[in-house]
Design a binder for this molecule. Structure first.
Ligand SMILES: Cc1cc2nc3c(=O)[nH]c(=O)nc-3n(C[C@H](O)[C@H](O)[C@H](O)COP(=O)(O)OP(=O)(O)OC[C@H]3O[C@@H](n4cnc5c(N)ncnc54)[C@H](O)[C@@H]3O)c2cc1C
Length: 581
């Protein structure tokens, strides 16, 4: 066989020059396939992988991490059996994605497109974590897939205005709070200067990197992306706002949810939902958060760290009402000191936009006199989008508040139409959406699959973080389920003390008859990462001995889970606890 040497070069980078190489993914001797990523480039707007335009064996690699490259620079030399025409690749920035989506809409070879519209084996409505996961999994299983998204950027709420931007800002908040806390331990920093536009840009860069990556992943899988707002025209046809149609054999509805509105709220830019709050524009002196759920408290945490005086008003008698009260208590203790006020059992009865600010009237147990705020964040829950899609034209049932009922295969009452994510019953969480997505895609591709998760973890990324999974004590008491419990204070954890954070605890709940773990939760830094172990324990049917005898690294917060199991077993030595059974 004749081999040729080919230089693989940096493709057209649009307006970009001197672009940073942040990762080199291959080394001499590696065999690479066409489209396999060679290097990752990053600009101030986005990052992208440069794929191989030829298959073959890598000879020399000419770039390294930290290099700056331009279009035409040689990345590596490849020994290849055949010469293919070079593919051009463009840099992806959020602004450029519109262009790419339009180009992608031209569709891969093999997918039929007529003047009247598009046709696919599977169409997915919505490109959030549910939609893109479903589309990619289905394409990997061999289906021809069209992904319809109403916005020019992929990623849905989670990537664009939800999980990811909020966590980027929460990270900034944590750095500020941690730096301040060190003053008590001998390290003093000056007061931070907050450059809101720069912070916003950084958050947008994080988002752009992920959403740009999704566009690339869709391209690599030959998932055809069509921009438009879809509605059903019949059980096998969607119609877009452009008038185009998409005929399909299977459809997965992944159209997500939106912030619930508070009736009677005036239309004023100082009254925002979570999307508006993530813009930090401007950072107010005084903020009222309406709703003491997870999203409201996370954003309260961000603004408080940025110097805003925060008040929270909640209709019920508890913050994060779905969470065990003991898990919320350490958070409450901290924010009681930091926030201007936390008003439980209190309702907002009116809002008026004045020159001085938003004047709010309250009613209830802890209602203050009328107050004027610079900004009001409405965070009273989310509403499913199931009733915005003309589902009746396809015969798909939609329940109250836009929820679409499904079976374990994620099928609606119309078996070739599936629904996943925020618009089906259950918690509105990205990790639930992605798991449901895989099931729907697999069933559509003819595989046997079912959504059979024993548990779905929940996390509030506040400071301290609050996380739980499986049975909660609140649910157990309500449903008359008896259980055993251990609870370990983080004051017993060397790592928690070294972090200066001993306010937390870890608890585990066990089935009384089998001794298996059936629930657990923790509060403290990184609780959201720790809870995954308890989730795995529940899925695997582990008991206290399984966890306690698993060697956990020292000194880590993960030891608190092992301590809780040891406490249940009566083998703990890091604390004195009389044996309970
Ligand atoms: C501020 C905030 C923070 C959050 N933090 C977390 C977190 O830390 N962890 C977590 O698990 N969850 C978090 N969530 C929730 C998480 O974002 C959602 O659970 C998740 O995005 C749901 O995914 P989905 O695919 O069902 O829908 P979505 O992400 O809502 O995506 C739906 C997509 O469908 C598109 N669409 C809707 N209608 C149509 C139509 N007719 N035609 C075409 N396209 C359409 C929308 O534009 C959207 O892109 C957060 C949410 C918010 C608001």
């Amino acid at each position: 066989m004749t081999t040729h040497q080919v230089d693989l070069v940096v493709p057209d980078l649009g307006d970009f020059s001197d672009v940073d190489v942040i990762e080199v993914l291959v080394e001499p001797g590696d065999e690479v396939a066409i489209e396999e990523s060679l290097i990752t480039l990053e600009t101030d707007k986005a990052s992208m992988d440069v794929p191989a335009t030829h298959a073959g064996k890598v000879g020399s690699v000419n770039v390294k991490v930290g290099d700056k490259v331009n279009a035409g620079d040689i990345i590596l030399t490849l020994e290849t059996a055949e010469l293919h025409e070079s593919h051009a690749t463009v840099m992806l920035s959020p602004e450029e994605q519109q262009e790419i989506l339009t180009a992608a809409a031209a569709g891969p070879a093999g997918q039929e497109q007529t003047d009247a519209g598009h046709r696919a084996q599977l169409v997915v409505i919505g490109s959030g974590p549910g939609g893109y996961t479903a589309a990619f999994r289905a394409a990997d299983l061999g289906l021809e897939v069209i992904l319809v998204e109403r916005y020019p950027v992929l990623g849905g709420v989670c990537l664009n205005v939800g999980c990811i931007p909020s966590k980027a800002l929460l990270h900034a908040a944590k750095v500020i709070d941690d730096a301040e806390a060190m003053a008590d331990h001998g390290v003093k920093f000056g007061r931070p200067t907050i450059d809101a536009p720069a912070l916003r840009d950084w958050k947008n860069k994080v988002v752009g990197r992920l959403t740009g990556g999704l566009t690339q992943l869709a391209k690599q899988r030959k998932v055809k992306v069509v921009q438009g707002t879809a509605k059903f025209a019949s059980p096998n046809r969607l119609v877009l706002d452009s008038g185009d149609t998409i005929d399909f054999e299977y459809c997965i509805i992944a159209a997500g949810s939106q912030s619930a509105a508070l009736t009677g709220t005036p239309d004023d830019p100082r009254i925002v939902d979570s999307t508006g709050a993530l813009e930090l524009d401007p950072i107010p002196k005084r903020l009222l958060v309406v709703g003491g759920g997870i999203i409201g408290l996370e954003l309260a945490c961000v603004y408080s760290a940025l110097g805003t005086k925060v008040s929270v008003v909640e209709l019920t008698d508890a913050l994060m009402p779905e969470t065990d009260p003991d898990l919320v208590r350490p958070l409450r203790k901290i924010i009681d000191k930091r926030y201007e006020s936390i008003m439980l059992d209190t309702k907002v009865t009116g809002m008026q936009a004045t020159q001085a600010g938003i004047e709010v009237t309250f009613e209830g147990k802890n209602a203050p006199e009328n107050q004027v705020y610079d900004k009001v964040l409405i965070s009273i829950g989310r509403r499913a989008n199931g009733d915005l899609l003309d589902c009746d034209k396809a015969g798909v049932n939609v329940e109250k508040r836009g929820i679409i009922p499904v079976n374990k295969q994620m099928q609606t009452n119309v078996p070739h139409i599936f629904a996943i994510g925020d618009l089906v019953p259950g918690p509105m969480l990205a990790h639930k959406a992605t798991h449901e997505a895989k099931v729907a895609a697999e069933v559509a591709a003819g595989e046997k699959s079912a959504f059979d998760a024993r548990t779905i973890p929940s996390v509030a990324y506040t400071d301290p973080e609050v996380a739980w999974v499986g049975l909660t004590e609140t649910d157990a008491k309500r449903d008359g389920i008896s259980y055993d419990k251990t609870k370990i204070p983080w004051a017993a954890s060397g790592r928690a003390l070294a972090l200066g954070r001993d306010e937390g605890f870890t608890k585990l709940l066990f089935d009384k008859s089998t001794g298996r773990v059936i629930g657990g939760g923790m509060v403290g830094p990184n609780a959201g990462d720790l809870v995954a172990e308890v989730g795995l324990a529940i899925e695997m049917g582990a008991d206290a001995a399984d966890i306690g005898l698993t060697i956990h690294p020292h000194p880590t917060l993960s030891e608190t889970i092992a301590f809780a199991a040891e406490a249940f077993e009566g083998t703990i030595t890091d604390l004195y606890m009389p044996k309970k059974r």
